[in-house]
Design a protein around this ligand. Sequence first.
Ligand code: UDP
Length: 455
Amino acid sequence: MASEGGERQAQQEKGRRIVFFPCPLQGHINPMLQLATLLHSKGFSITVIHTQFNSPNPSNYPNFSFEPISDGLQEASAKDFMALFVALNIRCEAPFRDCLVRILSENKRDSIVCIISDASFHFTQSVANHLKLPRIVLRTSPASCFVAFAKFPLLQQKGYLPIKDPQSKVPVSELPPLRVKDLPTIETKNSDDFDQLIRLVISQTLASSGLIFNSLDCLEQTILTKIQQEFSIPTFTVAPLHKYSPGSSNSLLTQDSTCIAWLDNQVPGSVIYVSFGSIADMEKQELVETAWGLANSDQPFLWVIRPDSVRGLDWAELPEGFEEKTRGRGCVVKWAPHQEVLAHPSVGGFWTHCGWNSTLESICEGVPMLCWPSFGDQRVNARYVSHVWRVGLELENGLERGEIERAIRRLMVEKEGEEMRERVKVLKENAESSLRKGGSSQESLERLVDYILSF
Ligand code: UDP
């Protein structure tokens, strides 16, 4: 009888190319290419089909083949998020299908075993069906967010959606511990487009051959069990993907590493790191409040201000007097080597928009959070960070300098923050063990490899 390893090898020789199709936004590209790197290390050949908009840099992945498809999105912007998703799903369908057909005809020896597509590309299911290829979906947000989206029709029926009061703290009894304000909605001019997108994303995920979450059993055990009971779809939890390969290889903006030298000169655990990810933005007055909140907190800070952080401006000046008041204890950059910063011993807290990658990256470095979610899954994540895992606190009433100053102190110097730091260290250890032999993510990954080889 052939050994297990021998069987695997024989199966791999039958068909071992996986085609990845990332959604072209920073928070989606990172986990997708990290998963590709991981599966490459398991012996698969990798092809990445990608849009020209926010194209990844092939030179960082000499072992992958990259296939650009024309998307007609020269004028696109991640700012109009919803319009971008709708346009991508319409414009990419034909070029994506044609590209797959070409790869299939060219690669006789190394045929495609499956497609791994970002969940937001719902059209890829019908293309996969048409070409008789299995499609596995990668969700780059947590399982709790998937369940919330799946329940949208029920929440509409019950009158929670569309949200009437964005600040409403009324509990959503169908989705504890979420309140109305935590539901993963996105403000958009065309709410019908949003509803339809969510409906299609969920139905086409459930029609797929499998579902991968960049999440951890130890963070979402209850909800993951519920998914297994409610939906008959093979599910894999393989987080934290960023621990397999650094996000810096996929960065769409240049990371300013000078902040690391600045961090080297700070007291351990003293710095609050402030970054709201690649898309979230704010009003000019909110930037002013943020600046004075940081200045008045008297804590050292490293603040990422993306050039397009302030709505309607290419670059916003910081308020007069801010530089003088914070001289020597503040560092501002346009984009940071995020994971390196979070892992730096000087960093003691992270003020975040709670994008799922940022949340996981913070947990994995044992850094407690101050949460200021903006839209979509960030709201769900903030609720879990503050009320389920209790490793952060949420700025609930918008950005006001006095409230910011108090929240920063609570996180950085008070007992409450110390307790959060203790709890997040436990999560960090759990995340580390999940990657070791016999750990939940490691086992899930092995199951995923075997599952792909069984196609
Ligand atoms: N990131 C970075 N430099 C920064 C801020 C963020 O490299 O200054 C990376 C971060 O490591 C994360 C990604 O950008 O992997 C942002 O993803 P996330 O899901 O946190 O938020 P999004 O940008 O999708 O809202």
